[in-house]
Design a protein around this ligand. Structure first.
Ligand code: SF4
Ligand code: SF4
Length: 153
């Protein structure tokens, strides 16, 4: 059943909120048009950051959701009710300044701008507030300077 659309009240600068989630698909849900349903039924845009889903097998997908706070909450509740194994951010990214040589490889592929090489020094800057914890930067660093620090139990 489609959720009725309603007028939006923009808060602050009106920019949509973003959340990064990891979905674990059981085999029977692999063919569900999840991103389409999020857009049509919840007005939430879903950008797939990473996916490992083989046909007729269970899989994992890291998704960046954007929308207003109520729509995001409703979408996350719906995803959880679909049995998709919704996980919010598992931890935080850390950059070891003793290993980093400011080569800029990681910042060139960071989808959120959390890793940025800034002029005039081109020193790497990491903004944890912007990080989606998509983990794409971890294997990109040739020196192993980036790691995921898992949350405690
Ligand atoms: S995990 Fe790495 S690549 Fe992904 S948003 Fe955070 S800093 Fe950028
Ligand atoms: S890829 Fe590694 S060494 Fe290069 S800027 Fe990023 S963290 Fe530093």
């Amino acid at each position: 059943m489609l959720r009725s659309k309603r007028a939006k009240v923009e808060l602050g600068d009106g920019a949509p909120l973003k959340r990064r989630i990891t979905l674990h698909f059981p085999r029977e849900a692999v063919h569900e048009p999840i991103t389409y349903r999020l857009a049509v039924e919840f007005d939430v845009a879903a950008k797939i950051l990473r996916a490992q889903i083989a046909p007729n097998q269970s899989g994992t997908m890291v998704v960046e959701l954007s929308g207003d706070i109520d729509d995001l909450a409703a979408a996350e509740q719906w995803l959880g009710a679909q049995g998709l194994g919704l996980n919010l951010t598992p931890g935080q990214i850390t950059v070891n300044p003793d290993l980093c040589v400011d080569c800029g490889i990681c910042s060139s592929l960071c989808p959120s701008g959390a890793l940025a090489s800034q002029a005039p020094t081109w020193q790497l800057h990491f903004d944890a507030q912007r990080c989606l914890v998509c983990e794409q930067c971890i294997p990109s660093c040739p020196l192993g300077a980036i790691a995921l620090e898992l949350k405690g139990p």
